[in-house]
Design a binder for this molecule. Sequence first.
Ligand SMILES: Cc1cc2nc3c(=O)[nH]c(=O)nc-3n(C[C@H](O)[C@H](O)[C@H](O)COP(=O)(O)OP(=O)(O)OC[C@H]3O[C@@H](n4cnc5c(N)ncnc54)[C@H](O)[C@@H]3O)c2cc1C
Ligand code: SF4
Length: 435
Amino acid sequence: MRPSQLTSGIAAGRLDKDTLAENFSDLHAPFTAHEAAVEADRCYFCYDAPCMTACPTSIDIPMFIRQISAGMPEAAAKTIFDQNILGGMCARVCPTETLCEEVCVRETAEGEPVEIGRLQRFATDVAMATPQPFARAASTGKTVGVVGAGPAGLACAHRLAMHGHDVVIYDARPKGGGLNEYGIAAYKTVDGFAQAEVDWLMGIGGITLEAGTGLGAELSLDDLATKHDAVFLGLGLGGVRKLGLGLGATSAVDFIADLRQAADLTSLEVGRNVVVVGGGMTAVDAAVQSKLLGAENVTIVYRRGKDAMAASGFEQDLAAQKGVTIRHWAQPIGSTPDGMEFEYTTQGDNGLEGTGETFTLPADQVLAAIGQTLNPLDGLDHADGKITVKPGGATSRKGVWAGGDCASGGDDLTVTAVAEGRDAAEDIHNSLMEG
Ligand SMILES: Cc1cc2nc3c(=O)[nH]c(=O)nc-3n(C[C@H](O)[C@H](O)[C@H](O)COP(=O)(O)OP(=O)(O)OC[C@H]3O[C@@H](n4cnc5c(N)ncnc54)[C@H](O)[C@@H]3O)c2cc1C
Ligand code: SF4
């Protein structure tokens, strides 16, 4: 008999192919041209627009919305790509509710912002059906090694290629895209969009991707410094914090990567009772996707209150809407034959304290989403577990820059990684042209 949501333990194929396809379809349907025009007309085209200030890549939002309004989506997309070459992905994954849309004057006045993210997607989708609108400057004869083909590395590589430098991107994984390909929830980036975006971006020329080539394995920082005139590190955070306690937990990041790479979702195993420990975007994504795969009960357990969760209000609401239960103020302390044991927590004078009261949740599968880490790199200064960088991304080693999640400062978001990669490219370009 085919497994169902009620099958005990861990099982694949709890839902049929069609239900899974429906569950993992686009979270936000794209606008039609008419819908985009109507939505664009809601914009006040504010002077000193707060939405633009709130965007980490400083896209001229009123300008691109005006261009959509005028029936020029390609021009709107060019305005977006000038600042953010991964504007297509950011339109899908940015937590706009805590960035541009949070400060939109329509939000402050009426509680309903202009749907900037969906408008951005409309314009970039139109433009990405054609070759990209950027050309390379004359060759400078300089080469730059970029480690990591995630949003930071790709944005850096594209800007460097535009300035006429030759770029080699080295990535340890078999495919480019970083967490766009291996991390972002499947329903935010459907139909192979992450790979299509990498191909489109690299269409500028002058960028080579050496996949399956890892820094610390096939390459050292000294090798890169010898081969290239400059090096950019966009490594992301490769390590994950472990839950310990002998709970047999798997990493939520690995669970999601497997899901993103699965050719057939019916082959993916998921528990009947899934417990996810953590309070960020990864915890919500792992929980929601477990539910969509057919788990009967999915519970996120977070050790602090709702307001302290790194997952945005929108993400928390999405989890609730999909049937995930979120329990606050509890931490795992062990396992029993009945499942996983938690202790309630409280904020004491010296930090978080256990109250001594406990509860048990049935748990066939435990996913740990309690943070990612960076393995320190020899010869570079680090602070708070990240590579220390100056504004513009220069590290403590001459000729080496860093940006994105692996570098100090900024939120761990796709759009922030793009901004840091782009800005580092400008700094590298200035340095190479001076030298
Ligand atoms: C599960 C999950 C969901 C997320 N969802 C969202 C979301 O919805 N919206 C959002 O804005 N942000 C989201 N984020 C955060 C966002 O994905 C990251 O902030 C962003 O991808 C960081 O970009 P990056 O280029 O710095 O690093 P990454 O995207 O991590 O890319 C780093 C690249 O470096 C490569 N690499 C690592 N080590 C080496 C090495 N030694 N040698 C060579 N290559 C190496 C990796 O293979 C990878 O391709 C999510 C993160 C996770 C984990
Ligand atoms: S704040 Fe809102 S209304 Fe004003 S320019 Fe930005 S999107 Fe338009």
